[in-house]
Design a binder for this molecule. Structure first.
Ligand code: CMX
Length: 139
């Protein structure tokens, strides 16, 4: 089902304050920033070679990322896997009794279709599936 790890999501209080660590200290390249209203987050994508990190800053206090930071502090938030066909993957996971947060895919950052699996069903790791629909550097 899974083609590769697409990116790791890291929850931060402020993208502005955390970016210098990634760009200046680690020397990663900033690919872009955007606000994903449906997920109530502002995101920044960074890359080194074929690896991507997504920094997630809550855009309001009701954001799932705001709740995460309040409970656990800043840190690794999710692992995102690239899949070829997200709808088929979700149907297969549901058939296997995996608890889905999103039963149907929704639009995420970079124009990808995304869906989350509940961390209770994936041994404590919030898991995202993503299917890229657009070509370009972000993909
Ligand atoms: N990783 C691992 N476990 C997590 C977690 C995370 N990121 N977020 C929450 N949990 C755990 C909590 O610790 C809690 O466990 P316990 O019951 O053992 O305490 C349990 O999941 C329920 O968490 P909660 O704090 O009660 O929060 P909610 O039930 O309100 O929501 C979740 C949890 C995962 C369903 C919700 O955060 C969600 O829907 N997340 C997916 C959407 C999201 O995170 N979007 C932002 C990213 C956007 C993007 O990448 O584009």
């Amino acid at each position: 089902m899974v083609e590769k790890v697409d990116h790791l999501g890291v929850a931060v209080r402020s993208i502005e304050n955390s970016l210098p660590f990634y760009t200046e200290v680690l020397g990663m390249k900033l690919l872009g920033m955007e606000t994903v209203e449906s997920q109530q987050v502002k995101v920044a994508f960074l890359t080194a070679e074929n690896t991507k990190i997504e920094l997630l800053e809550p855009s309001n206090e009701n954001s799932p990322v705001a709740k995460f930071i309040e409970k656990r502090g800043e840190g690794i938030h999710h692992v995102a896997y690239a899949v070829k066909n997200i709808s088929e993957s979700l149907a297969s996971l549901e058939n296997q009794g995996i608890q889905l947060i999103d039963k149907t895919p929704r639009k995420g950052a970079g124009g990808a279709m995304i869906a989350f699996l509940h961390p209770k069903s994936s041994h404590g790791v919030l898991t995202e599936l993503c299917e890229k629909r657009e070509s370009g550097e972000r993909n």
